[in-house]
Design a protein around this ligand. Structure first.
Ligand code: PHE
Length: 387
């Protein structure tokens, strides 16, 4: 690089800086020349896979939209923050996005615990937030600007209990979950309630707290009661360790999980210990819909690997905001909020859905079976299927 070039670029940067500051004078972010969207996800730490794959889906959607000219002539600009897999950090970065970055909408997080902490910050600032994949019912109860594009844990817990009782024919189940995590505790509760309602019995329950990696006592307490299966609604970073411990202690029954098991690393982390086990998923990659197949093709081309349901939800969250800008009449915070409230029959990669009066989506759950390195679709459960 020669000196002259460096000097001119430095000057250009200064000029650009001046120009940008001038544009930022306006307090209404809607007046900016692009559409700043904040993204907060676990891009590092225990759940990094959640954030990285979701971000890929978001990037793919943004690239498509911007390549086609943007929305009303304005391009989307993503400002991404790393929550380092911590709920408190989600709140900290939400404040930065709201005040420093002046975003007009936010996408995040995956983990319900993070979304519950960040949502009040966005609500307070008047910024609409769309969680791609936080399923705990409390997320959207944080305020009338908080939305999601995924199913909820009351439905997911019921669907898993239904599957355990009717399809896996289990009458005695065990539970192992994280007592200090909104998602894990909530989902365990919905499973327990519905499994009992169906006539099943929860023969053992054990919990853990914090970032532990030793599950010997919990596993032996559960295995001792000889359940036909164990429901373990934890994240992927823990299920490998837990499954290995169950097998080490000689428990041969199947383990069942919620959406939180999803990770590109699942099979690698668990080895063969999850062979024949099941968990819930957010989309059906076998769906022949050109929208789904187009998404899979686009993802493979851009990232040279397979998409998953997290990336599909991130992708759908971006297109939901695009539709909200169109329905609301522009890219202002109030306009996007209004637009999101109006979404009906949204055609996403993860299904067709409405945003209901509680700012939630009602969608099917796909149960997957783990076999070798493959995940096989065994059943799609519709919200209406649960009695
Ligand atoms: N539903 C989980 C939660 O609310 C997050 C998650 C979604 C994890 C999808 C993996 C896949 O915490």
């Amino acid at each position: 690089m020669n000196r002259l070039w460096m000097a001119t670029s430095a000057m250009a940067l200064v000029l650009l800086g001046v120009h940008l500051t001038a544009c930022k004078q306006s307090s209404d972010p809607a007046a900016s020349e692009d559409i700043p969207i904040g993204v907060y996800l676990s891009l590092s730490g225990a759940n990094a896979d959640f954030g990285v794959t979701t971000k890929n889906g978001i990037d793919l959607a943004v690239e498509e939209i911007n390549a086609a000219g943007g929305i009303g002539g304005k391009k989307i600009r993503v400002i991404a923050k790393d929550t380092r897999s911590k709920p408190e950090e989600a709140q900290t970065v939400a404040k930065q996005l709201a005040t420093q970055d002046k975003v007009v909408a936010a996408i995040g997080s995956v983990e319900s615990g993070q979304s519950i902490k960040a949502a009040p910050v966005f609500q307070e600032a008047g910024i609409p937030m769309v969680s791609p994949s936080s399923t705990n019912p409390d997320v959207t109860k944080q305020g009338d600007r908080i939305f999601r594009v995924c199913y909820l844990d009351d439905f997911q817990g019921q669907a898993c209990a239904d599957f355990a009782f009717k399809d896996m024919k289990a009458t005695k189940a065990g539970l192992l979950y994280a007592a200090d995590d909104d998602y894990s505790k909530g989902l365990a509760g919905f499973f327990r309630e519905h499994f009992k309602k169906l006539g099943g019995e929860i023969v053992a329950e054990a919990t853990f707290q914090g970032d532990v990696s030793e599950f010997k006592d919990q596993v032996s307490a559960v295995a001792a009661k000889e359940p036909a299966l164990v429901f373990v609604p934890v994240y992927y970073s823990k299920i490998g360790l837990i499954a290995r411990e169950f097998r080490k202690q000689g428990f041969k029954g199947p383990l069942l999980g919620g959406d939180g098991w999803e990770s590109e690393q699942l099979v690698q982390l668990a080895g063969e210990t999850l062979e024949g086990c099941y968990f819930g998923y957010h989309y059906d990659p076998e769906d022949a819909d050109p929208k789904v197949q187009g998404y899979i093709k686009g993802y493979r081309e851009k990232f040279k690997k397979e998409p998953n349901s997290l990336s599909a939800l991130g992708y759908d969250a971006v297109y939901a905001i695009k539709q909200a800008i169109e329905l609301g009449g522009g890219p202002g915070r109030d306009q996007i909020t209004e637009g999101l409230r109006k979404i009906r029959g949204f055609k996403g990669v993860t299904g067709t859905f409405d945003i209901d009066e509680n700012r939630n989506a009602r969608k099917p759950i796909t149960m997957l079976k783990i076999g070798g390195t493959d995940l096989k679709k065994v059943k799609v459960i519709q919200p209406g299927d649960i009695k």
